[in-house]
Design a protein around this ligand. Structure first.
Ligand code: ZN
Length: 163
């Protein structure tokens, strides 16, 4: 019975009340959900938003599934960060090679310039991806759907109430 009580958790469902920044205003309410046991599939719960009166469906994951999702997101963030760092190193090496005259004029120089541009774009894209994945991992509470758990500005958001 104590195990059943442990699975009951409290969350907040908050609704963004403005569409223009620079500051975002949220209002919401508390709601409770019972997490499935580890190994069980997510349960679907329906919650009515106290602000817009919309009925929203969320999938509540087990604790183990939530932790596994966080691990995968952090691993993907680390991989993206590694790609970004390697692209910066490649960019520096290509630039040094061109500066030291190791790249012959003509087609090789054009290839080197294209490689530098590609490396810069790859570094920026992978860096932004790493940051987004890390923010998504940090924001996981084991509740998915309707923007919950996404690292973006959504109309509704779910947060876990920690005792
Ligand atoms: Zn709402």
């Amino acid at each position: 019975m104590a195990e059943e009580e442990r699975l009951e958790e409290q969350f907040t469902l908050i609704h963004r009340t403005n569409s223009v920044g620079p500051q975002w205003n949220y209002r919401g309410h508390f709601w409770s959900a019972r997490r499935p046991l580890d190994g069980d599939p997510p349960t679907t719960v329906s919650v009515r938003c106290s602000q817009c009166r919309k009925r929203l469906e969320f999938r509540v994951q087990s604790t183990r599934a939530m932790k596994q999702r966080v691990r995968v997101l952090k691993l993907c963030a680390a991989a993206s960060l590694l790609v970004s760092v390697l692209a910066v190193i490649a960019c520096i090496m290509l630039d040094n090679a061109a500066g030291e005259g190791l790249v012959r004029p003509g087609d090789d120089a054009d290839t080197s310039q294209a490689g530098i541009v590609f490396a810069v774009i790859l570094a920026m894209t992978a860096g932004v991806s790493a940051w987004s994945l890390l923010l998504t991992a940090i924001g996981q509470v084991g509740v998915l759907g309707n923007g919950a758990g996404a690292a973006s500005l959504t109309k509704h958001s779910v947060e876990r109430v920690v005792d």
